[in-house]
Design a protein around this ligand. Structure first.
Ligand code: IPM
Ligand code: MN
Length: 351
């Protein structure tokens, strides 16, 4: 029987509540599918930082390397200056564990969730492969003449051939295995950002030669946002850089039914990957048992598929679909109609 070690970082705000529902589902699905697991919980986040001034202890990264996967709730605390926790925990984990892919499926489960007119689940079903280790997120830049009228702030997008190529290659592989239309769209800005996107475009078409069965496609990032709204059915798999990927996947989350259902994976195909609901810590709703845990539950499904429990991941997704279809009528009206823990129970029940 397979046995997995999963690190759990509930993080801030509603992170704990949604992760708890995910763990409830994990317990049930492990019994159904016959695998064993142990979890170790880490308290990294705003509360710990405010108490100890420590964001992420040095030893943590190496410890986390020994797990099969990491399950993350949310990072971000209203009493901590923006950037400290995000850079110190979330981005540090992504970078240090070299999780160079951010995989974000955009799938509409039920038409009632969609803010777009006449768009059904068959119209909104694509995946964004976001580069997750470079670009503007590298944090390169400087101030010149800071605080003077002649101040200049430079923020550099750092793209390496190796970094771009491994991301594009992953995207082609993903398209080959899972793409509905076997089409990979490169989303960039070749008409203005002529250094970064020249490298991306050249690399994309070079790698494409190794995948003759995959249709190539290119869209500027601004046009991509337009098409997400106008004809999302065009897309199959999209590959893009870190910054554009961040932006378009928030729009993706909205057209698939909101942050409450959007999940993502920070993937190192050769190492330890980390899965999270892509919404934030929602301090306003913390402790109220009202936040939608489906995104966290879907992140768990992605985690299980990645570590080799495909069947368990699919079982969870099917259960989520059933819960949405049969129970959550009120969700369409913008409210869940059930508490956080009730939704978790419903997913367990339908497994
Ligand atoms: C995301 C988030 C993060 C990002 C923030 C919290 C640093 O917006 O996962 O999309 O920008 O990558
Ligand atoms: Mn984001």
């Amino acid at each position: 029987m397979n046995h997995y070690k999963i690190a759990v970082i509930p993080g801030d705000g509603t992170g704990t509540e949604v992760v708890n529902e995910g763990l409830k589902v994990l317990k049930a699905v492990s019994q159904k599918c016959g695998f064993k697991y142990e979890t170790v919980t880490y308290d990294f986040g705003g509360e710990r930082y405010l108490r100890t001034k420590e964001v992420l202890p040095e030893s943590a990264i190496n410890e986390l390397r020994t797990f099969d996967a990491i399950y993350l709730g949310a990072i971000g605390h209203p009493d901590v200056k923006p950037g400290i926790l995000e850079k110190g925990i979330l981005l540090k984990l992504r970078f240090d564990l070299d999780q160079y892919i951010n995989l974000r499926p955009v799938q509409l489960y039920d038409e009632r969730f969609c803010p777009l007119k006449n768009k059904k689940p068959e119209h909104i079903n694509f995946t964004v492969v976001r580069e997750n280790s470079e670009g503007l997120y590298k944090g390169l830049g400087e101030f010149k003449n800071k605080g003077t009228p002649n101040e200049v702030a430079l923020q550099i997008s750092h793209n390496t051939r190796k970094g771009v190529e491994r991301c594009i290659r992953y995207a082609f592989e993903h398209t080959r295995e899972y793409g509905r239309k076997k089409m990979l769209t490169l989303c960039g800005k070749t008409n203005v950002l002529t250094y970064a996107w020249d490298l991306w475009e050249r690399t994309y078409y070079e790698v494409a030669k190794e995948y003759p069965e995959i249709k190539t496609d290119y869209a500027h990032v601004d046009a991509t946002t337009m098409w997400f709204v106008k004809n999302p059915e065009w897309f199959d798999v999209i590959v893009t850089d870190n910054m554009f990927g961040d932006i378009i996947t928030d729009l993706g989350a909205m057209i698939q039914g909101g942050m409450g259902v959007a999940a993502g994976g920070n993937i190192n195909p050769e190492g330890v990957s980390m899965f999270e609901p892509i919404g934030g810590s929602a301090p306003k709703y913390t402790g109220k048992n009202v936040i939608n845990p489906l995104a966290a539950i879907c992140a768990l499904a992605m985690l299980l598929k990645e570590i080799g429990e495909k069947e368990a991941g699919i079982a969870i997704e099917e259960s989520v679909k059933k819960v949405i279809k049969t129970k959550l009528e009120d969700m369409a009206a913008g409210k869940m109609g059930y508490s956080t823990s009730e939704v978790g129970d419903l997913v367990v029940h339908h497994l």
